[in-house]
Design a protein around this ligand. Structure first.
Ligand code: SF4
Ligand code: SF4
Length: 239
């Protein structure tokens, strides 16, 4: 049964603008988490994953991502959502601390190793373990209702919260993200926790493409793999 603290944290997150909230049991992935983020994370047995849905009207225009107006609007949305997520993560962490437990908020968008292009912890892994979605062939977290049109923050904690259960992948035979990527970053392989990310995704191809776009357009986001996923698309008539 969920504790009163867990109910309070979910209510707080949603009142502050979150659309998704779940709790992950990190003990099953602790070695992986510590290898990436450091041994100091081992004391956290749970992770709260909270997400904010992006705006369809903005994501639906990303097929015109060569238009600076489209990509600057997406960039502003992306940064605003990340900033709100960091705010939510801070306030949830403060509340957990007031209750006598430790909480360690992980920013929504942060790279700690520029050669591997990874953060302190994978928000997608936390959201997956928290039952909010599966890791798709695009290596994005695909939620049943909003697809990949969601950004996430994570709060690591030792508070005694009740973990949710992961859900299985539902990409099936779809390859839309693999086919649309202009630099063929995805191999088309399904997520397998025993394989490294490189088996599915060449993050350097994606980053190099976005850096070239930044030189040309002044902003480097792409987002075609977010745009094209059939999950979360409310307008079925998009090109
Ligand atoms: S953001 Fe664009 S370049 Fe990067 S993986 Fe997605 S589709 Fe490919
Ligand atoms: S576009 Fe298709 S294959 Fe790619 S993540 Fe979405 S459902 Fe999975």
């Amino acid at each position: 049964m969920e504790s009163s603290l867990q109910i309070e944290l979910e209510r707080m997150a949603k009142e502050l603008g979150a659309d998704l909230f779940g709790v992950a049991d990190l003990t099953i992935a602790q070695d992986f988490v510590c290898k990436q983020g450091g041994e100091h994370l081992r004391k956290f047995s749970k992770a709260i994953s909270t997400g904010i849905r992006l705006l369809d009207a903005v994501v639906d225009e990303l097929y015109r991502h060569e238009d600076p107006a489209v990509i600057f609007t997406y960039n502003t949305l992306y940064n605003s959502v990340n900033s709100r997520l960091d705010h939510i993560a801070l306030l949830l962490a403060k509340r957990i601390q007031e209750k006598g437990y430790q909480a360690y908020p992980i920013p929504a968008s942060q790279i700690i190793d520029s050669s591997k292009l990874i953060g302190v912890i994978s928000h997608k892994l936390a959201a997956n373990l928290a039952g909010l979605g599966w890791i798709g062939k695009s290596c994005l977290l695909i939620t049943p209702n909003y697809g990949p049109r969601v950004r996430f923050a994570t709060i690591l904690t030792d508070a005694p919260l009740k973990a949710d259960s992961p859900i299985s992948a539902k990409c099936g035979e779809c390859r839309k993200c693999v086919d649309i990527c202009p630099v063929k970053s995805f191999t088309g392989a399904s997520f397998n926790p025993s394989e490294p990310r490189e088996a599915r995704f060449n993050a350097h191809l994606c980053r190099n493409y976005r850096e070239k776009r930044k030189e040309k357009l002044g902003e480097g986001l792409c987002g075609l793999c977010v745009y094209v996923c059939p999950y979360g698309r409310s307008n079925k008539n998009l090109p």
